[in-house]
Write a protein that binds this ligand. Structure first.
Ligand SMILES: [Zn+2]
Length: 162
């Protein structure tokens, strides 16, 4: 990850041990070791100057004492008319939605275990935005973090065994 250090265009003043860095020539494809985000980033943050494991902008907001982050989890199942077997009724993945309080927008991420066997991997998804606009092609339901973990475990087990 230290190659990211070479890409820093500008750094914000540190907050405690936390510091946000703006990257030159964004977006940069990147894997966040803290939250499992896989995708493009414009900024990364370091914790105690550790360039071995810089975290993404959402993790920066999570860790920042002055920023209030709201995270919600949503189960995703096939639409009812597509369900053929009882197993199709089970949610096949989870969406993690992170928003900063009193700020518009946020990042909706879908759990994608097939991208990695070693980590939790999350990628951007527009399902919740579609759902809010005129309904998505999936059934989505807000769930708690415990249920989200159970679905993720089942999804990972299914992927790794198949
Ligand atoms: Zn992250």
């Amino acid at each position: 990850m230290s190659w990211l250090r070479e890409r820093v265009a500008r750094s914000e003043p540190p907050v405690g041990g936390l510091q946000l860095h703006e990257l030159a020539d964004p977006p940069v494809s990147y894997f966040c070791p803290r939250c499992g985000w896989h995708g493009n980033v414009r900024d990364v943050a370091t914790v105690d100057g550790d360039w071995a494991a810089p975290v993404c902008e959402c993790c920066y907001e999570d860790l920042h004492p002055g920023i209030e982050v709201v995270v919600s989890y949503w189960s995703v199942s096939e639409a009812s008319y597509l369900r053929k077997t009882p197993e199709d009724h089970l949610p096949f993945t989870v969406i993690r939605s992170r928003k900063v309080a009193r700020r518009l927008g946020g990042r909706d991420e879908m759990y994608r275990p097939h991208f990695s066997q070693d980590h939790e991997v999350w990628e951007f998804t527009s399902v919740l935005v579609e759902e809010a606009r005129d309904g998505s092609s999936y059934d989505v339901t807000e769930i708690g973090e415990g249920e989200a973990s159970a679905i993720m475990e089942r999804t990972r087990a299914k992927y790794l065994s198949g």
